[in-house]
Design a binder for this molecule. Sequence first.
Ligand SMILES: *Cc1c(COP(=O)(O)O)cnc(C)c1O
Length: 384
Amino acid sequence: MEFLPFALPDITDQEKRAVMDALESNWVTTGPKTKELEAKFAAAVGGKHGIAMNSCTAALHLALEAIGVRAGDEVIVPTLTFAASAEVVRYLDAKPVLVDVLPGDHTMDPKAVERAITPKTKAIMPVHFGGQACDMDPIMELARARKIPVIEDAAHSFPTYYKGKMVGSIGDITCFSFYATKTITTGEGGMAVTNNDAWAERMRIMCLHGISKDAWKRYTAEGSWYYEIIAPGYKYNLTDIASALGLVQLSRVQEMLEKRRKIARAYTEAFKDNPAIELLDVRDFDSHAWHLFVIKLRDGVLSIDRNKFIEELKALGIGTSVHFIPLHMHPYYRDTYGYKPEDFPVALECFKRSISLPIYSKMTEADTARVLDAVSGLVKRFRN
Ligand SMILES: *Cc1c(COP(=O)(O)O)cnc(C)c1O
């Protein structure tokens, strides 16, 4: 039987044509398509400025740089996240202060955030785990009361709503990912969205060598050869080839979401009463971007552990993943900051029992049924 990968991009002829058009336009790097993607994406999430970059990691880095995170500052980050969320803090020689998550939805625990705040705290970085927003009200309240900017890692969360507002219109700067596995893709790519004019301008400048004023225009008719470097910037700009792909993906976002929703609904129905499986709390089914579908194996119900369950699924031809190995358990963070696994007991528990199942718009109904049958079948086979 054919292997069902954990994730696949959803690229149609429309995307292929758009990329060909971009190539034929002779404008292959940052240009009009990227400007269009920035405007349309920012509008789609209800933000004023969109700054396209070549990854969400780059966007997070420049977001922290723009708000003024410097050496010795602290940024509060949940431990149950991807490498990018904390490494960008290290790029600036600041300290990622890790906090635990909530067991129900794997998002940062607002009480843990409150305890972690010190006079050195320069930013709080919520991660909208799997496509569902963190409970932003208590986080924003804490942050606003102390004038600490909130930089959101929304790599999983387009499109996601929180109490009727879109993720992208809540915190100070929100960073999205267009990586190959994310809900829309440009191959590699990302976007920072903000309502703050000064921060937007700083990110725009820093993502293209620290060159002031529309650096990308210098080879157009309205551009000029003259430019000024105002800071040692980075090379983080997104190409028009990628943006052409992104524009089509953006136009298809609802169609792709509907397909993931259908899969999430089928999984939920199938597993909600399964004695071996715990599902994450879902606040509102339709506000979730459904980037991930995580099941957690209950302790003591099965004769096999999570790792063995993943191996069995693989033997049945089904790809899975684990989100995430908590940052504090990785050698770098463990050794640099002296963390022990049990320092964040909830994240540790979530990690040990979690399996992420395939959920993407290219899956057929037969694929979904195959995953359902495989998971249910394993539970029956290995039940104590
Ligand atoms: C994918 C991911 C990122 C990084 O996105 P890139 O576009 O690959 O840089 C950041 N944070 C989280 C939580 C992610 O899953």
